[in-house]
Design a protein around this ligand. Structure first.
Ligand SMILES: [Zn+2]
Length: 368
């Protein structure tokens, strides 16, 4: 199979050792990687079940686990080879399409009557229109209501439109209140991802005072990294992922990769100069389309980390636009994908970032 690497996340220590000296040094600055082996002793009565479930008894008696920590941001993930070696779950449910269709006729299908406008009116794009969120997260909280009821009918051009409309909404909010300068754009697709309304929609806020804490934390981490190591955090992050084979094709001026410290399954990171850049917008749209078509994802979150809209007291120079995309699991699954580990310790992740990157580079494969 040409183009498909045999790299596995559980081999990360060896893969980093094999990098060219410059990349290896950057990987050492960025990541702490600890491998360990979990062992157990199954009773005879369990052996048949283990063989059926995991292929062999040996597969579970010694389990290789790799913990990856981003030293700069203290994001971290745990990968277990036993789980990561499984084929990516790319099943598609017909019932889901039916469930989405069953909600046609909701208030978002006629946003002019079914949703309130913001005090500065509505922003209209080619494929979407804004509404004011009824129960607000923050002083300014808008909804980008898609013309498409079905949120899975996305294309790169439509996604680019949703982002442009959200950014124009931010400018309108800033005109209304010049202190509301810190923007955030998010998309919770379907209920597994926290979306309470099925009809396609993204959300946008602007906040005052300081940026949201997670965004501010990244700004501080990157500034500290630059002061300590004399190199750019985001450049190092992209080059290390690229050197390891985790890069994903992107439009010019935009970089994308499958994260070594995914917050949950199949997390992708897209980094661009400016959220207005069409190349960045189309890359996010194309990756979401591949997410659906190639990886079989149905419920996902998207989040845009962006610098303030006008100069702020803190130093945001060199802070790019960082977009996170994450799979939230099958809408048919009743078990939440996050628990106490993810909320308070580290993310436990089943999808191998090397497989995710391979699939997105090479398109659908017979992954059995
Ligand atoms: Zn609708």
């Amino acid at each position: 199979m040409s183009g498909t690497s045999e790299r596995r996340i559980t081999d990360l220590p060896t893969l980093i050792e094999a990098l060219a000296p410059e990349d290896r040094a950057a990987a050492g600055r960025l990541f702490d990687v600890v491998a360990t082996t979990g062992r157990l002793d199954p009773p005879e009565a369990m052996r048949a079940w283990i063989e059926r479930s995991f292929g062999s008894v040996e597969a579970v008696t010694e389990q290789r686990i790799v913990k990856v920590t981003n030293r700069a941001t203290l994001e971290g993930s745990l990968f277990n080879g036993l789980r990561a070696s499984r084929p990516l779950d790319t099943g598609v449910s017909v019932d889901l399409e039916r469930e989405i269709e069953a909600t046609v006729g909701d208030p978002f299908c006629r946003p002019e009557e079914g949703t309130p406008a913001d005090v500065f009116g509505r922003v209209r794009g080619g494929y979407s229109v804004t509404a004011s969120n009824v129960a607000k997260y923050d002083g300014f909280h808008g909804v980008v209501v898609f013309d498409d009821h079905n949120p899975l009918h996305l294309t790169p051009e439509k996604v680019s439109d949703y982002i442009s409309v959200a950014l124009e909404w931010c400018r309108r909010a800033l005109q209304t209140d010049p202190a509301a300068k810190y923007p955030f754009l998010m998309w919770n697709c379907l209920w597994r991802a926290g979306g309470s309304i099925i009809h396609g929609h993204a959300q946008v806020t602007v906040t005052r005072g300081t940026h949201y804490p997670r965004v501010e934390r990244l700004r501080r981490a990157a500034a500290f990294y630059r002061a300590r190591h004399g190199s750019d955090y985001f450049d190092d992050l992209c080059s290390v992922h690229g050197a390891l084979g985790l890069g994903i094709p992107a439009e010019e001026g935009t970089r994308a990769f499958a994260s070594l410290v995914p917050i949950k399954e199949k997390e992708l990171v897209v980094i661009g100069r400016n959220p207005e850049d069409e190349g960045l917008q189309l890359t996010v749209g194309a990756l979401l389309q591949s997410y659906l078509q190639t990886l079989g994802v149905r419920a996902f979150n998207v989040a845009f980390y962006m610098p303030p809209l006008t100069p702020a007291e803190d130093d945001w120079s060199g802070f790019p636009t960082v977009v996170h995309v994450v799979d939230r699991g099958s809408p048919a699954n009743r078990t939440s994908d996050i628990g106490a580990m993810e909320l308070y310790a580290a993310s436990v992740v089943a999808s191998d970032p090397f497989r995710v990157a391979d699939r997105l580079r090479n398109g659908p494969l017979e992954d059995t």
